[in-house]
Write a protein that binds this ligand. Structure first.
Ligand SMILES: [Zn+2]
Length: 284
């Protein structure tokens, strides 16, 4: 008889449970609190959609780490998560219900579709969200109006917003701007690796007086910093970033403010302009 380690036994028990989806769903209430995330991980890996939906609907942790689990993007799995979030809404509308709205949502490096973005923005149980991370979720060709609508709902709760690597253009930031600048609770924002020109960045910074709680803010260096071969012009980079810094300092005192270029084609590093400027390896 072989001896199994407890973690292997736990994994085998979870996998056995997953083989019978109906049984797994009926015994959800009996799953020990601490095993819940492990079961969710297995359900996600096995793409057991009904169970994923049921688990999201009864999720009691403040964070739902969907992005970290989505190693190979799958629309049906994401849809199951969104359906689960919607189910929560129905339950929350009943009294003496103990469900809590989600505080944190992280979707990273996922090719989101327009319909994904539309449904995500309509989930009322996300309307008290404090932390939204969409790092590496490419929004370049999407209509971001649903995201603006969503931001409007969380202006009083949202504390951190990570839109790094979303590859948004000026027109998209312009769409988000009206609700973004009303998010009065923001303490941390990351816009690195988006494609904005100087005027829109300046316009954004000039309208952020309300961000008095801001601790860390990270913006992309304006596109004017690159020459026609997409190489950083160091002089322009320093001059334009300083200009943006002065713009912001004229309306409030930033605690930690930095601007970063895209990753250099040659060395893979970024040039960062902040309290301490740092150039990519090619310039050192
Ligand atoms: Zn370099």
């Amino acid at each position: 008889m072989s001896v199994q380690t407890p973690s292997t036994l736990q994994k085998l028990a979870l996998q056995a449970l997953l083989r019978d989806e109906a049984l797994a769903m009926s015994s959800l209430v009996e799953v020990p609190f601490l095993l819940f995330p492990a079961l969710f991980k297995e359900a996600f890996a096995g793409r057991v959609k009904k169970l994923i939906k049921a688990m999201v609907a009864t999720w009691t942790f403040p964070c739902l780490p969907v992005g970290a689990l989505m190693k190979s993007p799958n629309l049906e799995t994401l849809q199951a998560v969104l359906d689960g979030i919607d189910m929560r809404l129905t339950r929350e509308s009943h009294p003496r219900c103990l469900m809590i709205p989600l505080e944190s949502l992280s979707i990273t490096h996922y090719q989101i579709s327009q319909s994904d973005l539309d449904s995500f923005s309509c989930c009322q149980s996300l309307f008290q969200l404090k932390h939204l991370e969409m790092k590496g979720v490419v929004l370049q060709v999407l209509d971001v109006r649903p995201l603006r609508g969503f931001l409007e709902k969380v202006v009083k709760t949202l504390e951190t917003l990570n839109l790094q690597g979303c590859r948004m253009k000026d027109s998209q930031l312009n769409v988000l701007l009206p609700s973004l600048i009303q998010c009065s609770q923001l303490t941390k924002i990351n816009f690195y690796s988006n494609d904005f020109f100087m005027p829109i960045l300046k316009n954004l910074l000039q309208h952020t007086a309300i961000w008095s709680k801001m601790n860390v803010e990270q913006y992309p260096a304006p596109l004017e910093c690159y020459d026609e071969c997409a190489q950083v012009s160091v002089e322009r980079f320093a001059q334009l970033c300083q200009d943006l810094m002065d713009t912001l300092r004229a309306i409030r005192q930033p605690k930690s403010l930095s601007f970063a270029t895209r990753e250099c084609h040659k060395c893979g590093e970024c040039c960062v302009y902040g309290k301490r400027a740092r150039l990519c390896f090619c310039w050192r």
